[in-house]
Design a protein around this ligand. Structure first.
Ligand SMILES: *Cc1c(COP(=O)(O)O)cnc(C)c1O
Length: 354
């Protein structure tokens, strides 16, 4: 039997997507060729790219609003530097919110390109909350934030008003909840948390904001180059792209983001309720900032660790260990995670130690 995969990323994907992807590895589109051995310029692959792009815009309700969709490589980590490279004007300034390890990495890269104002940080409490009362100066080229902090289990519920552009790393909660996505000028997300396998990064960018920095940008790092070449400036990661397209189609068929949001909320509620009422466990993140995607918790009695670990492993659960910087446990319950698997975990917690 397949394990209940609570891994943080790469992570669970819909079973039917995995099945279709394995079929296409052997025989893509009945062309009697493998998905990964045909030219990326072939009709079939160009159609996959177009389908993936249009599904992204449709699901985010960003059609005909001036957004370009890119599928790039280098992970969200490369976007940490591509965003300042493409958006921070020479001698410009940008504001960053520090909500965890990924934000910190984004800040480090951005500092190579200009003056960075870290408007607030929750480092004082090991990133267990989202800072609220901070001010973004009017002269900032953009404000950068991380919508969901995969490692710490916190999630931004609202996004601040500001004058400059809004840039968001949505790697671990894109397509998981309804938002007014048109408030963002640039969204990026590594595929491997809620969209597909590792190997491609989604970038959704308002075209009109590009080309304004006054600096030369190497082609591979220039969003405008990728926009003008429909993400085929060089060979795209065809497999990652195809599986992402299938996952987006799966989401659309399910009813889109409105439907998955309800399912995600139900899963999170089930698990947080157990954490809150079971004296053996304790949540890590501040209640109002709790993530619907990554649920972090600890044992109130650390000496029970070994027996709890054996209990969930015996139930066929995978990937529940917390990140080394937080400890404890982290249940990642992304879009493809069924409620039934969350129930298996809750049952283990309920039956544990009694
Ligand atoms: C995983 C993750 C990243 C890093 O993604 P890569 O694709 O491995 O570079 C960045 N930001 C967030 C929020 C993440 O969860």
């Amino acid at each position: 039997m397949k394990k209940h995969n609570f891994s943080a990323g790469p992570c669970i994907l819909p079973q039917e997507v995995l099945k279709k992807a394995s079929d296409a590895i052997l025989n893509f589109n009945n062309e009697n060729l493998s998905l990964i051995e045909v030219s990326h310029r072939s009709k079939g692959i160009v159609a996959v790219m177009e389908k993936a792009r249009s599904l992204v815009l449709e699901l985010l309700q960003l059609e005909n609003k001036g957004y370009a969709v890119l599928f790039l490589q280098g992970g969200a980590s490369l976007e940490f530097l591509m965003t300042p490279y493409n958006l921070l004007r020479t001698n410009g300034k940008a504001a960053y919110l520090d909500t965890g390890a990924w934000s910190t990495k984004a800040i480090k890269e951005a500092k190579l390109f200009g003056e960075i104002d870290v408007v607030a940080s929750s480092k004082d409490k090991n990133y267990s909350y989202i800072p609220k009362d901070y001010v973004i100066a009017d002269d900032m080229d953009y404000f950068h934030c991380t919508s969901n902090n995969t490692i710490f289990g916190t999630q931004m519920k609202t996004f601040p008003k500001r004058k400059g552009l809004l840039v968001c790393d949505m790697s671990s909660d894109i397509f998981s909840r309804q938002l007014d996505f048109s408030q963002f000028d640039l969204i990026y997300a590594g595929a491997q948390k809620n969209m597909g396998p590792a190997g491609t990064t989604l970038v959704v960018v308002k075209e009109e904001i590009l080309g304004k920095t006054g600096r030369g940008i190497p082609s591979m790092l220039d969003y405008q180059v990728h926009v003008s070449k429909d993400s085929m400036f060089n060979t795209p990661p065809v497999f990652a792209l195809y599986v992402s397209m299938l996952t987006l189609q799966w989401l659309k068929d399910l009813g889109g983001i409105a439907t998955i949001e309800k399912m995600n909320n139900a899963k999170a509620e089930l698990l947080y309720n157990e954490i809150d009422k079971n004296p053996l466990f304790e949540g890590v993140a501040a209640r109002e900032d709790r993530s619907v995607m990554n649920v972090t918790f600890t044992l109130t009695d650390e000496s029970l660790k070994e027996s709890f670990d054996s209990a969930w492993q015996a139930a066929g659960i995978n990937g529940l260990g917390g990140h080394r910087s937080v400890g404890g446990y982290r249940a990642s319950i992304y879009n493809a995670m069924p409620l039934e698997s969350v129930q298996v975990l809750v049952d283990v917690m309920q039956n544990f130690n009694n």
